[in-house]
Design a protein around this ligand. Structure first.
Ligand code: NAP
Length: 916
């Protein structure tokens, strides 16, 4: 940048009063055209000198000037054998310019022209001179890893970029910048403005001429394909700089598998090494990895770079598809989208100056260049409802048919735009974690309306993980409003069911890709043992999204025979429609899985949603929101409001525009929700508490009954809604069963949930641990025998010993109330008293799950028939599956999660009767 000391105020123009300048504009491109538009506002453009038409198409500068009736000259060249062409010089002189302005000029302009006007010539150069003189300045700024980029306007010289400086501007280079982003966000828009300012300074006599120093000067060669071969013998950052510095032109390349492969869309990769297939790249220290999000390359420092696209044999492909056959789904176009396709065809006709645009017409093979890409994007934005495409989108879909598919996909919200949000960056479980911490409304992470936050705690050591926004009633209102707009007016409401499914599959894939990060977050936020979090909390969440994604295009009504009204006939059919804006409120025991069980069905049915996670475990819901935005869910479809039940949950239950509320939590809160939901008679489903009986007969497979009985109680440290809350054991095997259970417990390893060998992690939060200790105290006070455990573990964190009570009487508090912790309550029943034990098992207000262990099939089936519970496990326990309906009876609530039945919870049925 020009420093004060550098200024040699050797003005070329004596201070004159403001006067319109007579400008000759020498240059080309859209940039030239925009500079022209700025300058003509205050000055007189006496002539435009540009390049000849290419394939009958005039340069944008020529087009703009011609439409204003300005004289436009299109010289193929200005000189021959080093001598200016006299006829060219004469025509140039005829316009009588007193300043030459050269915004972007690819031709060599002779010094006779440069120095001809009174004020001589100024020229734009996209680097901070004297650094990166030469024709590929932006490329070199990136290749050299410069932290600053910028441009210079200088007094033109003989083409070596050494003339005195008039004005410079600079900006920071971010690790994500490419040639395109630097140009589009800074060099282009600021450059146009600065050219106007520079000319004004000349007009009012204040334009400096600062002699360029040679300190830090470089002259960099033009980047051409032959010098853009990647050397793998450098760090990941240098490889990234080289690739992005050549993105798009000329494209950094390497020989892979005997073919020239060009790499685009480079990003530094900070996550763990992705799973995928490997590719040998000669010279690279490790094998590259093709994975769901691209191709990971390795530098000599072992760090990684991810590229998004590859060009092989002239064809661009997604790097994630390298080595695979194409499997792109063809979108079916709605009428509105067909009209958009027609508009786009007209735009292509204009850009390519040809009438016949066929499906296989290729934009670039028909002569389009990079400025045409800019024009195409801008025209589409202007004429197709603000549809914002990116340069990459155009380069990846070069034929007309591919382009229409891509544009429609993007218009439905499947955008690949970079999603920027504030996040907490931390490390745990040997990985980098990126944790969104704000409310997610309309696809943006935002603070709560009053700025309030709360701390979320790691129960393994009670440390603070981060602060999270604490939503308000106003935030709920805003989220509901956005969800309503998304449902009634947005892309989601218009999307066909199959595309909805495709989007849900994409989200499931992204969750899969991030499963280790999600499982780590679940582990540190809820105390879940990591391996269980990976398999169940996250694994089943992914399965749930895949399962319901498959349902999207299989939601059908019926045709129903009704009485005909003679002489006419009738047809009655039903349609199953989404309800609208749904609310979901979840508990803390399986934070992401409870979200998935409800939200996947809710979205598959076509609704939009506002979800409140439990305040003590907000993190995986927020991470999920990030992934949903990245999967392309349109704004407003998914909204997450973190905060308390009494404020956020209550506001949702009472909200007039939430037409359905799915709730999982305790029975007392379920009752409150039922009352609050009466405000607008909303449809509700309640998955509430449980005290699930497990009956063990003396003819059972004992080893299995012990193992599964322990799993039934201690799985997820007992924080399991279907936990076996009461175990009834037949008298003749009771003592052996108790002894074997205690042996089994002694083998359980208690400790850091991130340790892969640990079985039993900390309880979810301090208040819960305290309630469990109180529960044990009451059990002892009422006379049950504490056979094992019962205390907090003597170590930091919220660990509770796995606990066993025996001699539990039916009227004991611990026989009636749910503990929701690792506490086994065992009661005896008399040998052979099947009716008696069934009566006792059903003598509860809950009815969520149940189990029976016996080798006798008819006993098992009689228990399954007689037990009043939504789920019965026979000779197994905890075996839930995404395809099997799940939900309770009695005060365990009503409505189902999972399976086809879950869809009904989020749909309404319309009956249509036609007379014909
Ligand atoms: P909870 O206290 O009932 O809380 C559940 C959710 O409701 C939380 O997000 C809570 O917000 C919110 N809430 C609290 N008061 C509210 C109100 N007035 N209006 C609206 N929402 C309100 O239950 P929990 O302690 O988180 O979870 C444990 C319970 O869930 C156990 O009873 C367990 O059996 C049950 N559960 C049942 C199933 C099932 O499928 N049946 C599955 C899992 C768990 P906060 O953030 O303020 O707590």
């Amino acid at each position: 940048m020009l420093g004060a000391r550098q200024f040699i105020r050797n003005f070329s123009t004596s201070k004159v009063s403001w006067d319109k300048l007579k400008i000759a504009l020498i240059g080309q491109s859209q940039f030239g055209a925009e500079v022209y538009k700025v300058l003509k506002q205050k000055h007189e453009i006496v002539g435009v000198f540009t390049i000849p038409d290419i394939q009958g198409r005039a340069d944008p500068l020529a087009q703009t000037a011609e439409s204003d009736g300005i004289s436009v000259f299109k010289f193929p060249r200005w000189r021959k054998k080093g001598q200016v062409l006299p006829e060219v010089l004469e025509q140039y002189q005829s316009v009588g310019a007193n300043l030459n302005v050269m915004p972007f000029c690819s031709q060599f302009i002779p010094m006779e022209v440069i120095t001809n006007p009174k004020h001589e010539s100024i020229i734009y150069h996209p680097s901070i001179l004297p650094r990166h003189r030469g024709a590929s300045a932006i490329n070199w700024t990136l290749i050299c890893g410069d932290k600053k980029a910028g441009f210079s306007i200088f007094w033109a010289d003989d083409g070596l970029d050494t003339g005195p400086l008039l004005l410079q501007r600079e900006c920071d280079v971010t690790p994500e910048d490419t040639v395109d982003t630097l140009y589009n966000r800074f060099l282009y828009p600021e450059g146009i403005k600065a050219m106007g300012e520079a000319v004004d300074m000349i007009a009012d006599g204040t334009a400096p001429r600062v002699v360029q120093t040679e300190d830090g000067a470089t002259y960099d060669p033009m980047m051409k394909k032959k010098v853009a071969e990647i050397s793998w013998d450098q760090t990941a950052e240098s490889i990234h700089n080289f690739i992005r510095g050549n993105d798009k032109v000329p494209g950094a390349w390497a020989m892979v598998d005997g073919q020239e492969m060009t790499f685009y869309g480079s990003k530094l990769w900070s996550g763990s090494k992705p799973d995928g297939s490997t590719v040998d790249i000669p010279g690279m220290t490790s094998q590259a990895i093709v994975h769901n999000d691209g191709l990971v390359l390795f530098g000599t420092d072992g760090k990684m770079v991810n590229v998004g696209q590859l060009q092989i044999d002239g064809k661009m492909i997604k790097a994630s598809k390298y080595g695979q056959a194409g499997d792109d789904v063809q979108l079916e176009l709605t009428e509105e989208e067909l009209a958009m396709a027609d508009t786009i065809k007209t735009i292509w006709m204009g850009i390519l100056s040809r009438e016949d645009i066929q499906d296989d017409t290729d934009l670039f093979k028909c002569g389009a260049g990079s400025m045409d890409v800019v024009r195409l994007i801008e025209e589409i934005k202007e004429k197709c409802n603000g549809l914002q495409l990116q340069n990459d989108d155009v380069y990846m879909a070069t034929t007309f048919a591919e382009f229409i598919q891509m544009a429609v996909f993007q218009s439905r919200g499947g955008g690949k735009k970079e999603f920027i949000f504030d996040a907490v960056h931390t490390q745990s479980n040997n990985m980098d974690l990126t944790i969104p911490y704000q409310l997610f409304i309309n696809n943006e992470f935002v603070d709560a309306s009053n700025g309030d936050t709360f701390e979320t705690i790691n129960p393994a050591d009670e440390s603070v993980i981060c602060k999270v926004s604490k939503g308000t009633k106003d935030d709920v209102n805003r989220a509901v409003q956005c969800a309503k707009e998304a449902f009634y007016d947005g892309e989601w409401g218009k999307m066909n069911a199959r595309d909805r499914g495709t989007m849900m599959f994409r989200l499931a894939d992204l969750m899969d890709e991030h499963k280790e990060e999600l499982a780590t977050l679940e582990s540190i936020d809820s105390g879940a043992v990591y391996t269980l979090a990976l398999k169940t909390h996250i694994g089943m969440s992914i399965d749930t999204f895949r399962y319901f994604a498959g349902w999207c295009d299989k939601i059908q009504g019926k045709t129903i025979p009704i009485n005909n009204a003679r002489p006419n006939k009738n047809l009655t059919y039903t349609k199953r429609e989404p309800i609208g804006v749904c609310g979901i409120i979840t508990p803390w025991n399986y934070p992401l899985m409870m979200l998935a069980w409800k939200m996947a069905a809710c979205l598959a049915a076509g609704n939009t949603v506002v979800l409140k996670p439990a305040q003590v475990t907000p993190l995986t819901s927020l991470k999920f929101a990030e992934l949903a935005a990245k999967a392309g869910f349109p704004p407003g479809v998914i909204n997450i409001i973190t905060g308390s039940g009494s404020v956020v949950g209550q506001a949702m239950a009472e909200h007039i525009d939430i037409r359905k509320l799915g709730f999982t939590g305790s029975t007392p809160v379920g009752r409150t929700i039922m009352a609050s939901s009466s405000a607008n008679v909303k449809k509700i489903s309640l998955e509430l508490g449980g005290k699930s009986p497990l009956i063990i007969f003396n003819d059972c497979d004992m080893a299995k009954a012990v193992r599964m009985g322990c799993g039934g109680v201690f799985f997820n440290k007992g924080e399991n809604c279907i936990a076996a809350g009461r175990i009834f054991v037949e008298e003749s095997i009771h003592d052996e069963y108790v002894a074997r259970v205690i042996e089994e417990i002694k083998k359980m390893k208690i400790g850091d949930p991130l340790d892969r060998s640990v079985d039993h992690g900390p309880q979810n939060h301090r208040a819960h641990l305290q309630s469990l200790l109180d529960y044990v105290r009451v059990g002892v006070e009422q006379g049950a025998t504490l056979a094992y455990g019962g205390k907090q573990v003597d170590r930091p964190g919220l660990f509770m010993e796995p606990t066993v009570f025996t001699d539990v009487e039916d009227n004991n508090f611990i026989a009636i109330e749910e503990s929701f912790g690792p506490i086994m309550c065992i009661s005896k029943f008399q040998d052979g008293d099947m009716e008696g034990v069934l009566r006792r098992a059903n003598n509860t207000e809950y009815g969520l799950a149940s189990g029976v262990f016996t080798e006798n099939l008819s006993k098992a089936l009689r228990v399954a028939d007689g037990i009043e519970a939504g789920t019965v496990f026979v000779n197994t326990y905890n075996k839930t599956d995404v395809a099997s309906p799940f939900g309770g009876f009695k005060q365990s609530g009503f409505g189902k999660d999972l399976g086809e039945e879950a869809l009904n919870e989020y749909m309404k049925t319309k009956a249509v009767t036609v007379e014909y």
